[in-house]
Ligand binder design. Structure first.
Ligand code: ATP
Length: 286
């Protein structure tokens, strides 16, 4: 059984600046860190660190950032497809943190948009019935729909985390087996009729609604340093916990996910805050 994550991979650049610039202004700032980012990459990395055979289908540009992304990903035990570099800049998220604690984020999707539906389905050619297709909200509604339709026709299990959210994602629920959303996404998209639904409630916890199984799992109380990436950690570890035990998503899967997400929120950064293989192995054995 293999999980195919189709989505984006990006370079996250964190900048410290005195204040959010106004139109026409020119300011000084410091670049404080650079890490792998993108929701597709985050979720694929965490699944593979849990011991799940994982393929990430995401586009990388043929620029210096693309070479850097490829080098960084050698440290992770996942398959990255397609094997080619695209004739564009790699996707980037530039995160500006101002001195008063506010932020502004600029994200590109040029590389993710370059990956066509045909290109992605070619990368999924080895997928078998029972394998999993996991998508986030970084593709267009049409591409997201096309991939779920392809996966259903193959007998795959479909998992949708519709973030960043688009209102038209609400049309896709009939193609989704497992939906994972935060409260705001759930309020907008009203995921009715999905077999397994998980709604996360930030520092409060997460709610599972599945046939014969409804449970609320409280979040682990920790001092939150940086909650970015909590949702990606939660989803990946919840899915891995259930897949490794050959069960449906259950309360134990949410418990494992909450423990892993608590590790991520208690550390600074996103990729650098993710739990390690040894932390995840220990956590999933309990
Ligand atoms: P993200 O910020 O990554 O987009 P999200 O909005 O998708 O997150 P959240 O609902 O904020 O998802 O969080 C997902 C899970 O992470 C929660 O259900 C909870 O278990 C855990 N979590 C989030 N924030 C905290 C916190 N401050 N303390 C402990 N656990 C947390």
């Amino acid at each position: 059984m293999r999980v195919y994550v189709t989505g984006n991979i990006a370079v996250d650049e964190i900048w410290s600046i005195p204040d959010i610039p106004t139109k026409g202004s020119s300011i000084h700032g410091n670049k404080t860190s650079q890490d792998i980012g993108g929701k597709g990459a985050n979720q694929a990395i965490l699944l593979s660190r849990c011991g799940i055979e994982t393929t990430l289908v995401a586009a990388i540009g043929n620029d210096n950032n693309g070479k850097w992304i490829k080098e960084q990903m050698l440290a992770e035990s996942l398959q990255l497809l397609p094997d080619t570099l695209f004739p564009c800049h790699s996707d980037t998220s530039i995160i500006f943190n101002s001195a008063d604690g506010d932020n502004a984020i600029i994200t590109t999707t040029t590389a993710a948009d370059s990956l066509s539906l045909t290109g992605i389905t070619q990368a999924l050619s080895a997928a078998q019935p029972g394998d999993v297709l996991l998508q986030q909200g970084n593709f267009s509604v049409e591409k997201t729909r096309g991939l779920f339709a392809f996966a259903k026709a193959r007998g795959m299990i479909t998992v949708f985390n519709p973030s960043p959210v688009k209102a038209a994602f609400a049309e896709l629920w009939s193609l989704v087996d497992i939906a994972v959303l935060n409260q705001h996404e759930a309020a907008l998209l009203k995921p009715e009729g999905v077999k397994t639904l998980v709604v996360t409630h930030g520092s409060q916890g997460a709610l599972l609604k599945a046939p014969d199984n409804e449970a609320f799992c409280r979040a682990i109380a920790v001092t939150a340093v940086d909650s970015t990436g909590a949702g990606d950690t939660f989803l990946a570890v919840m899915l891995a916990s259930a897949l490794l035990r050959h069960t449906e998503i259950d309360k134990l899967a949410l418990t494992h996910a909450s423990q892993a997400a608590a590790i991520t929120v208690s550390r600074a950064g996103t990729y650098s805050a993710f739990p390690s293989i040894s932390e995840l192995t220990a956590l999933l054995q309990n």
